[in-house]
Design a protein around this ligand. Structure first.
Ligand SMILES: NC(=O)c1ccc[n+]([C@@H]2O[C@H](COP(=O)([O-])OP(=O)(O)OC[C@H]3O[C@@H](n4cnc5c(N)ncnc54)[C@H](O)[C@@H]3O)[C@@H](O)[C@H]2O)c1
Length: 405
């Protein structure tokens, strides 16, 4: 199978490309290096240093003997994406190429609008390009479990049976996203569903929970590593806690810490996605997949990182900070999963088992983490991204060192 990975330079895109190559598929990919630049914008960098794309392509050739065709470009440019698809004629297209930080989308009007433009227009361009040049290809679009919010009932896998005034129908499960970023994903899901309906495209819309981890089994070489973000804006909760523990900072759960989400390791995410690619839905249909391995509250995660860190002699403290987000502190959370189990997917990693691996991997980069500690959560201050008070202009945030002074 020929697979096109859009957003191939990212945390998930790179390991999935490696997995598909390792499984004998032909892989090409595109990226505009937006994440590298946007992480710099907030004064941070990837905890694990990552090589240039040129070096990555050479490493793939050296380790796997495979040719990876990379093209730099922006999905917001229709001519770019349509000509790339026209040239490559892939069997499957994976779309990771989006602005993926909820806090970034909440900074102010310009970041919210950028998120909508980048994500929604990028997906629209892709849908039209597929209609023109690859109408039979399988689109695997990465969405998020955050599209559903935290309703007080079980979360169905995309669709559910509803009875209203004595009549029944199978309808999309309600979306109640909690940030402009998550709403951009909802808009994508709606647009993909409509494109499938009117043009007969074939799509899988994956609703995935936060991913954690520093490695996959395909990263046999330092040059094959993927990025790992940890700052307040780009780091997801468990990855950020592990960096806080290694950098000697307290772990900073938001508010009461009862916020519960479905987590999955990088290894399991890549395994699940490769299964979905190798088992596409019926031509002309839309499949929705809920993808996660275990539900955990953010306080449970903090306690697990503390336990593992203390066992390594790190003396980890937990210091909850006021929740900058508008979200339920305690809530019911049960997300249904049917598609992946039906394909034989069984998670191989647990949060508890993977934390010590992450801590050990990150210890090697302790100096890099300490150098950027100002970018990790501005603990206890009101200087972080406050979701209720997002402004219509960009406000420079004080650094941790300035707050102490
Ligand atoms: N990491 C997670 O925990 C997680 C969880 C659920 C869903 N997701 C989704 O999975 C996808 C990949 O996430 P990630 O963690 O790898 O993010 P990432 O930011 O590391 O990777 C995204 C890649 O897409 C590129 N990109 C962004 N906009 C682009 C554009 N307009 N044109 C071309 N390239 C563009 C970026 O430069 C980056 O390399 C995202 O859509 C994200 O929303 C991630």
């Amino acid at each position: 199978m020929k697979v096109m990975v859009l957003g191939i330079d990212g945390y998930l895109g790179w390991p999935l490309a490696l997995r598909m190559i390792a499984r004998g598929h032909e892989v090409c990919g595109a990226d505009n290096f937006y994440t590298r630049k946007a992480v710099e914008e907030v004064g941070s960098w990837s905890a694990i240093p990552i090589p240039s794309m040129e070096e990555r392509v050479k490493a793939v050739k050296r380790v796997f003997g495979a040719d990876l065709h990379f093209k730099e470009g922006d999905l917001r440019d229709y001519n770019f994406i349509s000509s790339f698809i026209e040239e490559e004629r892939p069997d499957a297209i994976i779309d990771f190429a989006e602005q993926r930080s909820a806090p970034y989308s909440q900074i102010d009007l310009s970041h919210a609008v950028f998120t909508m433009e980048n994500n929604v227009i990028g997906t629209m361009n892709l849908l039209y390009a597929m209609k023109e040049s690859a109408p039979n290809a399988h689109l695997l679009k990465m969405g998020t479990l955050g599209e559903y919010g935290t309703p007080n009932i079980d979360i169905a896998e995309g669709y559910f049976e509803v009875e209203y005034h004595g009549r029944k129908d199978r309808l999309p499960f309600p979306r109640q996203a909690g940030s402009w970023y998550h709403w951009s994903k909802v808009h994508d899901s709606n647009n993909i569903s409509f494109a499938v309906k009117i043009w007969g495209l074939t799509a899988t819309d994956v609703h995935q929970g936060p991913v954690y981890g520093t490695r996959t089994e395909d990263m046999k070489d330092d040059e094959l590593r993927t990025r790992f973000d940890f700052d307040e804006v780009w780091g997801t909760v468990l990855n950020r806690y592990c960096v806080e523990a290694v950098a000697g900072l307290p772990l900073t759960p938001y508010g009461e810490g009862g916020q519960t989400r479905g987590f999955i390791s990088l290894e399991d995410s890549v395994t699940a996605l490769s299964l979905l690619l190798e088992h596409p839905p019926e031509q002309g249909t839309m499949r929705v997949v809920n993808q996660y391995a275990e539900s955990r509250s953010v306080m449970e995660l903090a306690n697990m990182v503390k336990k593992a860190g203390d066992e390594m002699g790190l003396n980890v403290q937990i210091k909850p900070v006021p929740d900058p987000r508008v979200e339920a502190q305690r809530h019911y959370y049960n997300v249904e999963r049917y598609v992946l189990p039906s394909l034989g997917f069984k998670p191989s990693h647990t949060v508890e088992g993977e934390i010590p691996v992450m801590l050990r991997d990150l210890m090697k980069y302790r100096d890099r983490l300490i150098e950027k500690r100002d970018a990790i959560l501005l603990a206890g201050s009101n200087a972080g991204v406050n979701w209720r008070q997002t402004s219509n202009k960009v406000v420079k945030k004080p650094l941790r060192s300035e707050l102490k002074a």
